[in-house]
Design a protein around this ligand. Structure first.
Ligand code: DHB
Ligand code: FE
Length: 319
């Protein structure tokens, strides 16, 4: 079976992509942001997932007001980077996993979540920036296939946090009924608090963000009860992107190990949040996958070593 071993939450601020593409990562402003992802890249290089499911939102790049799917599953063989106004980002074309994506579509739709199947789609910063933050800047190819899951959080009404959480559970059931052994990680992207336009542009609410991260680890069901109005009021108009993190969380075990967290303010207009949650049963799931390639004990000790390299970076919010 395919097994979700970990969930990654990450902001997807487009200016982070521009800083990478224009060689600004060593500038103090950006160094502060990228410092929070150094250990995460090590963790990802150790974890070596076979597939990543990236839950993100399209920012009027692939879709427009003409067509607004609530949940759109990328089933294509590849997803080129979108032109968001400055030409496509210089990142590799994302390779999909059509067989697993088709299986997920069948399982989740028959499980009564009516996904939109997308066989042709370009992907914007919502997906490519978190990929860079966790996988670095490969020249030719990303290290694993990716299944994009685009969520509408741009036009009212976005899905509720509860619906997102339940979709995560349906995704997990889908993966667990896939015949091939695969190690899967799932990303929830976007947020944290930010508002890009209007009288409250620039809004950041670190207290609310940190409480969201605490509950994401310990009491995600509490988060599923947050109404849209609270996201708008407390986290700003674009803070609603955070419902996507609940798809990631719903796909994990009820109890998880928080192995890493980072929070900094600001990047562009946004509070940058990042978390890595491992399924408490990761070791046994990994052993099963690893067992196939006869690297059980060695694989386990590598994971223990990886875990040791991870430590929390104290947050230094400026507001
Ligand atoms: C910003 C953040 C986003 O998540 C986004 O999609 C666009 C812009 C920003 O901080 O500028
Ligand atoms: Fe966004």
């Amino acid at each position: 079976m395919a097994k979700i071993i970990a969930g990654i939450g990450s902001s997807h601020v487009p200016a982070i992509g521009a800083a990478l593409d224009n060689g600004k990562t060593e500038e103090p402003y950006w160094k502060r942001v990228f410092s929070g992802f150094v250990k995460s890249k090590e963790w990802m290089a150790e974890t070596k997932p076979d597939v990543a499911i990236v839950v993100y939102n399209d920012h009027a790049s692939a879709f427009s007001v003409d067509l607004i799917p609530t949940f759109a599953l990328g089933c294509a063989a590849e997803f080129p980077p979108a032109d968001e106004g400055w030409g496509p980002r210089p990142v590799p074309v994302v390779q999909g996993h059509p067989a697993l994506a088709a299986h997920i579509a069948q399982s989740v739709i028959l499980d009564e979540f009516d996904l939109t199947i997308v066989n042709k789609m370009e992907v914007d910063h919502g997906l490519t920036v978190p990929m860079n933050l966790l996988f670095g800047q490969p020249k030719d190819a990303w290290p694993c296939p990716v299944i994009p899951l685009a969520v509408n959080v741009v036009m009212y009404p976005p899905p509720t946090g509860h619906r997102c959480y339940m979709l995560g559970k349906a995704l997990r059931r889908a993966l667990e009924s896939y015949p091939e052994d695969l190690k899967v990680v799932i990303f929830g992207t976007g947020g944290l608090s930010h508002q890009i336009s209007g009288p409250r542009a620039g809004l950041i609410n670190s207290k609310w963000d940190k409480s969201f991260l605490d509950n994401l680890s310990k009491d995600p069901k509490k988060l599923t009860r947050i109404p849209h109005l609270e996201y708008m009021r407390e986290a700003g108009a674009e803070g609603i992107e955070m419902v996507m993190w609940l798809i990631m969380r719903g796909a994990l075990d009820d109890k998880v190990d928080e192995v890493y967290r980072f929070y900094t303010v600001p990047a562009s207009n946004t509070a940058v949040g990042h978390i890595i949650l491992e399924n408490a049963r990761k070791a046994s799931g990994t052993r099963k996958v690893a067992g196939k390639s006869k690297r059980g004990a060695a694989g386990k000790s590598r994971q223990a070593a990886a875990r040791k390299t991870i430590h929390r970076i104290a947050s230094k919010g400026t507001r």
